[in-house]
Structures are given as structure tokens and as C-alpha cells.
Ligand binder design. Structure first.
Ligand code: UDP
Length: 253
């Protein structure tokens, strides 16, 4: 029996060893603002079923998970797994939604945002779109295709900008490992992996239509648009089976 625990960030729901916050988007945003105001380094991870399965296979990912301040349910599979345990989550808290909210808050508060990730054309078009939508925002960044040897230079570029918010879209789990490596070194109040969000902001990848999101089929839409995701999504049935079995044994009364 795995009990849910009351932590500093509300009730934490443990799904296959990862502690998710029960909080909805707006409450998570509020906490992110507290993290930034505190000035000390904080990390948020948005995790879906594929990432959970990845962590089970790769113990080196435990460190970023254990050091993260907040882990949000980014995938309908996590919401369902929570339900199997007797917890009704308000919904997903995704990287794209958090990013959009944080850009608004950062513009108002005068915080600097650094975006790292995606191909150069995609990054450039995201940056232009953000600057158009948020003319008063201090924002910069760079594309995410760099070698291990170039990483030092990339870290120096981030440090030179001294962002309040660092958004890293290198894909999971590389972005989480990167964020974990630089979090204390760069002393960034809020760092977060955002997957393919830069592509969405730049318009090179479109999100599933709202009806598909409502029907909880965003994963299927992405699979059809990007068939290369099939290999990763093969982990989903295994996740569902394991999470369901775990849920049966640990459901809240
Ligand atoms: N990416 C990158 N550098 C790399 C490999 C990938 O910047 O070396 C970017 C890629 O262009 C895309 C993002 O990382 O913008 C990964 O997107 P995906 O939708 O696969 O994210 P996930 O599903 O992992 O959240």
C-alpha cells in the first residue's frame, strides 16, 4: 500500500514511485511565482506516462526527480492512474500551458526568460512570436542542437542572460538531466523542461484541436502527426497496466 502524503505542495500522489502534485494549473503557477520571488533555485518537471516508464528503466533519472521541487501530471495517463487510486485530478498541467502562463507573469513582473531548445528556425519563429505577444518581456534564448563539447558555451550564454525563468526544450529526459546539472550552478529561480513547446509557440508544430484535447486524444493526434513517437508510446500500455495494478492496491478509501 502506497499512501498519498501531505507535503509542502499539497497532497502528493505517488504513481510508480514518482510523487505528483495534486494541484491544478493555476495553483502550480502561483507556486512557480513563489519560487521565483524566493530567488533560490527551483525546478519543476512536467511528467507523462512515457517519462515515468523511462525513470523506471533508467535509475540515473532518479536524481533529477528527487531534487525537483514540483512534478506535475502532464498526460492523461497520469490523470487516469490517479483516478485508479481514488484521486480526482482537475486535469493535466502541461509544459505548454505552464509556459504560456509564465510568459504573461514574467512580462508583468519584469522577469527575464531564457528559452533553450528546438531547431534554429523553430526557435527563431517562437522568439519572434513571443516578442510580438509580449512586447515588454525580457526574453532571449538559443536553439537546442549542440554537442557535449559545446555545452559549456551554452551554459555560459544562459548565465550571461541571468534569467529568472529558464525553459528548456531538448526533449525528455535530456532536458531534465540538463536542468538538474545547471540548477545550482546558475542559481536560476525557476527552471523547467518544456519538451516540444518551442515548436508549438513558433507554429512549426500545432497542438491537437480542442475537441481532441477534450476527448483526451492529444496523444493519438501527436502519434498520427509524428509516427516516430510510436516507439516511445509503446510504453503506454505497460504504464497503464502497472499503474492500474498499483491503483487497485493503494486506492484511497
Ligand atoms: N531537441 C533539441 N535538441 C536536440 C534534440 C531535440 O532542441 O538535440 C528539441 C526538438 O527540436 C523538439 C524538442 O527538443 O523541439 C523535443 O520535442 P518533443 O515533442 O519530442 O518533446 P517531449 O515529447 O520529449 O516532451
Amino acid at each position: 500500500m502506497i499512501a498519498d502524503t501531505e507535503g509542502p505542495f499539497g497532497i502528493m500522489i505517488t504513481i510508480l514511485g514518482i510523487e505528483f502534485t495534486e494541484w491544478p494549473l493555476e495553483r502550480v503557477v502561483e507556486e512557480c511565482l513563489n519560487f521565483i520571488r524566493s530567488g533560490s533555485p527551483h525546478v519543476v518537471i512536467t511528467a507523462g506516462p512515457e517519462f515515468v516508464m523511462r525513470v523506471l528503466r533508467d535509475p540515473s533519472l532518479r536524481r533529477p526527480i528527487e531534487r525537483a521541487d514540483l512534478i506535475t501530471p502532464d498526460g492523461i495517463g497520469i490523470v487516469l492512474a490517479a483516478r485508479w487510486r481514488g484521486t480526482r485530478l482537475a486535469g493535466r498541467v502541461t509544459g505548454i500551458e505552464l509556459t504560456e502562463r509564465l510568459l504573461i507573469e514574467a512580462e508583468t513582473a519584469g522577469w527575464g526568460v531564457y528559452l533553450l531548445g528546438a531547431s534554429d528556425p523553430s526557435f527563431q519563429s517562437a522568439l519572434s512570436a513571443i516578442r510580438r505577444r509580449h512586447p515588454d518581456l525580457r526574453v532571449d534564448g538559443r536553439h537546442g542542437y549542440f554537442s557535449e563539447e559545446e555545452e559549456r558555451e551554452v551554459i555560459d550564454q544562459v548565465a550571461a542572460f541571468a534569467p529568472h525563468i529558464l525553459l528548456v526544450g531538448l526533449g525528455q529526459p535530456r532536458q531534465e538531466v540538463f536542468v538538474d546539472r545547471v540548477r545550482d550552478q546558475l542559481n536560476i529561480p525557476l527552471a523547467m523542461g518544456i519538451g516540444g513547446t518551442i515548436d508549438v509557440l513558433g507554429g512549426t508544430v500545432t497542438r491537437a484541436p480542442v475537441w481532441a484535447q477534450r476527448l483526451r486524444l492529444e496523444w493519438l493526434y501527436r502519434l498520427v502527426r509524428e509516427p516516430r513517437r510510436l516507439r516511445r508510446q509503446m510504453a503506454l500500455p505497460v504504464f497503464a497496466w502497472r499503474a492500474w495494478r498499483e491503483g487497485r492496491h493503494s486506492a484511497r478509501p
